[in-house]
Each structure stands twice: as structure tokens, then as C-alpha cells.
Design a protein around this ligand. Structure first.
Ligand code: FEO
Length: 184
């Protein structure tokens, strides 16, 4: 059973994860528009990751008897200055999400909500990976600077990112996770 503050916090986090998906969808569209299809692929894979993050919260809430209350999703920016601008904004957004997850964990600890602490641990770990991925690409973009050839090489590399998370949640998260074929 979840307490009211935790229900409110998880509903807010569902909205933040959905906004994250929306933001990366917008970055994917922008990347396509400027001819960087590999970047577009990377952000679309990230979109799927965010949908999983939202759906895990959605399912956890229902399993714990909390009321899911979906709120309006803010419109993300539609234009960006450069690939670096997109990744700097991505990292800043992920740092915001990390703070938000940490706040939820603090709440779970304060409320002595052990189930939520264990559930949220997955997100704590996930945020370390998310920030690391963004930092890695920012470092590469710093090396690339204005070298168009090197940028296209990175674009080719990002084109290889595969979606490894489930995208069909109609039968629940566990069934969706089991249905995912591991990457070779
Ligand atoms: Fe769901 Fe990128 O944090």
C-alpha cells in the first residue's frame, strides 16, 4: 500500500518520464531534419527507454493500489542549435531526473516504505547509466568540434544503437521484459 505523498510523487514522476520521451522524440525529429539519421536513431531508442521508465512506474502504482493520475505533458523545444546543444540539454535534463528520483527515494525512506525503496533502486542505477552515456557523447563532440567528417563518423556509430527494452506493454512489464530478445 502506498501513502498519499508517494502516490503524488509517482504520478509526478510518470509525467516527467513521459516528458523525457517527448523531449527525445523531438530531438530525434530535429536530428532527422538536419540529416543526422544516426543521432535520430539514438534519440528514438532513448524515447523507448523513457516509455519503459514511465510504464514501470504506472504498473508499480497499480500493483500497489495507488490511483494513476495522468497530467498534461509539456511541449518540448522543437529546435536546437547543434548536436552538442542537444546533448548538453539531454544531460541537464537527466540530472534533473536524477534529482527527482533521489527526492522520491528520500520520501520512501522517510515514510519507511520499503517496497518503494527497492523499486526505486532500479531507477537510481539507471540514472547513473543515463548520465554516463550523455557525458561520453559530449566528450566525443568536444573532440569533434567543427570537423564535419568526424561528426558523420559519430552519426554512423549512433545509428548502431539498438532498442533493447520492450515496446509493447499490453500484457504487463514482466511479460514484456521476457519477450525481449537479447541483443546478439
Ligand atoms: Fe527516465 Fe532518462 O530518465
Amino acid at each position: 500500500m502506498l501513502k498519499d505523498k508517494m502516490i503524488a510523487g509517482i504520478n509526478e514522476q510518470i509525467n516527467r518520464e513521459m516528458y523525457s520521451a517527448y523531449l527525445y522524440m523531438s530531438m530525434s525529429a530535429y536530428s532527422n531534419m538536419i540529416g543526422l539519421k544516426g543521432f535520430a536513431n539514438w534519440f528514438m531508442v532513448q524515447y523507448h527507454e523513457e516509455m519503459l521508465h514511465a510504464m514501470k512506474l504506472y504498473e508499480y502504482m497499480q500493483r500497489q493500489g495507488g490511483d494513476v493520475l495522468l497530467k498534461a505533458i509539456e511541449a518540448p523545444p522543437a529546435e536546437f542549435e547543434s548536436p552538442m546543444d542537444m546533448f548538453v540539454k539531454t544531460l541537464a535534463h537527466e540530472q534533473f531526473i536524477t534529482r527527482s528520483i533521489n527526492d522520491l527515494m528520500d520520501l520512501a525512506i522517510a515514510e519507511k516504505d520499503h517496497a518503494s525503496q527497492i523499486f526505486l533502486q532500479w531507477y537510481v542505477n539507471e540514472q547513473v547509466e543515463e548520465e554516463e552515456n550523455d557525458n561520453d557523447i559530449i566528450l566525443q563532440l568536444k573532440i569533434i568540434k567543427d570537423d564535419a567528417h568526424a561528426l558523420l563518423m559519430l552519426d554512423r556509430e549512433l545509428a548502431g544503437r539498438m532498442t533493447t527494452v520492450p515496446t509493447d506493454f499490453s500484457k504487463g512489464i514482466e511479460s514484456a521484459m521476457n519477450a525481449v530478445v537479447p541483443a546478439p
